[in-house]
Design a binder for this molecule. Structure first.
Ligand code: URA
Length: 209
């Protein structure tokens, strides 16, 4: 699938199987999600531009590499996206964070925004939108629309599980936005849950069901 990277690393696949299991506790779910986030972060940042920097080791002077340009931004979609944030920040501790509050109207299944707070210079940065589940794609599209309204030009999307329908919707609306996911599942059910999926990610992270 063009523009979609499936992170099929054995550690990721192993952890996702435990994540999917309905018997997995809230505590384990949260910990696993955090670990998976770190591994996904490693992949989504694989091609970040580098620049040369001269340093002195205790032995000699050398040219090393460092990340070039402005610090990147992680943009969790509330609330489930928060479950991925700490794992990503572990790998990129100086990243900035933009919070995007969207919920799915249960009647129309469309995304409704209730909160948006991003760094003032967000337009000059690479923004990585994070949400464990890419289901209908409506929420992801709404979040990306909003970032683009703020002038953001470089956006990537990271999720743990995606439905084929959601991938098509995001890529259809925003062909410039590439997606990193650990798996693409079969389909959505009548309630727009991913099948086989893992249930409601927010509920499983926060133990609200
Ligand atoms: N959101 C979830 O948390 N789970 C799904 O299966 C779909 C959307």
């Amino acid at each position: 699938m063009q523009g979609v990277t499936i992170v099929d690393h054995p550690l990721v696949q192993h952890k996702i199987t435990i994540l999917r299991d309905k018997e997995t506790s809230t505590r384990s779910f949260r910990g696993l999600l955090r670990e998976i986030a770190t591994l996904l972060c490693y992949e989504v940042t694989r091609d970040l531009p580098l620049e040369d920097v001269e340093i002195e080791t205790p032995v000699a002077t050398m040219r090393g590499k460092q990340l070039a340009g402005k610090k990147l931004v992680f943009a969790p979609i509330l609330r489930a996206g928060m479950g991925l944030l700490d794992g990503m920040l572990e790998l990129v501790p100086s990243a900035r964070v933009a919070h995007i509050g969207l919920y799915r109207d249960p009647r129309t299944l469309k995304a409704v925004e209730y909160y948006f707070k991003a760094p003032s210079d967000v337009a000059e940065r690479l923004v990585i939108v994070i949400d464990p589940m890419l289901a209908t794609g409506h929420t992801a599209v709404a979040a990306i629309d909003r970032l683009k309204e703020y002038g953001v030009r470089h956006i990537r999307f990271v999720c743990v599980l995606a439905a084929p329908e959601g991938v098509d919707v995001v890529r259809g609306h925003h062909p410039d936005v590439e997606i990193w996911t650990a798996a693409i599942d079969e389909r959505l059910n009548d309630h727009s849950y991913i099948v086989p999926g893992l249930g409601d990610a927010g509920d499983r992270i926060y133990g609200t069901k």
